[in-house]
Write a protein that binds this ligand. Structure first.
Ligand code: INI
Length: 160
């Protein structure tokens, strides 16, 4: 059987030569900056050169898909990592922002064929956000970086 990319125990990841975009939402920026640091750590651990990482900031998670689409359509990146933090409040705003960010990101990766990672925290409390944006590999930005390298490698493999 021919396998493309991953094996059951996970793929061997090497991001050498990959170009990765990061779109980070400024809303809750103390958390999102920590996710961005996690993503940068993850990319660096997987041999993605700092100079191959393009970073753009947007006002909030709602705007992330548009910037991701511009990056993905530019032909300058192999994958994009969207980072944000949406914390549930007392109104329905959370559902619109989180839902539209997720929908926009999925639509964009399907429309462009460029992997777009959903590194947007959707949490009930600030503490839950802190727990997912620390200095270890359980940082969701780091997790998104690993996903970006895996998907970029896989798309290269599948597209030939
Ligand atoms: N944007 C976020 O990224 N996180 C949030 O928790 C949030 N809340 O709670 O309102 C949020 N709102 C801003 C939104 O993303 C847009 O920037 C804004 O609505 C303008 O379009």
């Amino acid at each position: 059987m021919t396998r493309a990319g991953s094996t059951g125990s996970g793929p061997t990841l090497d991001g050498t030569g990959l170009r990765i975009g990061i779109v980070a939402a400024r809303f809750n920026d103390h958390i999102v900056s920590a996710l961005r640091d996690g993503a940068r750590r993850g990319l660096s651990r997987l041999n993605v050169a700092d100079t191959d990482v393009m970073e753009a900031w947007v006002p909030g998670a709602f705007e992330a898909p548009l910037a991701a689409k511009a990056m993905a359509s530019s032909g300058k990146v192999d994958a994009v990592i969207c980072l944000g933090c949406v914390i549930r409040g007392d109104t329905a705003h959370f559902d619109f922002v989180a839902g539209e960010a997720a929908r926009g990101i999925q639509d964009t990766q399907l429309a462009t064929g460029v992997p777009i990672m959903f590194g947007v925290l959707t949490v009930d409390t600030e503490q839950q956000a802190r727990d997912r944006s620390g200095s270890g590999i359980d940082n969701k930005g780091d997790e998104a970086a690993v996903g970006a390298v895996e998907m970029a490698q896989l798309m290269r493999c599948l597209k030939g």
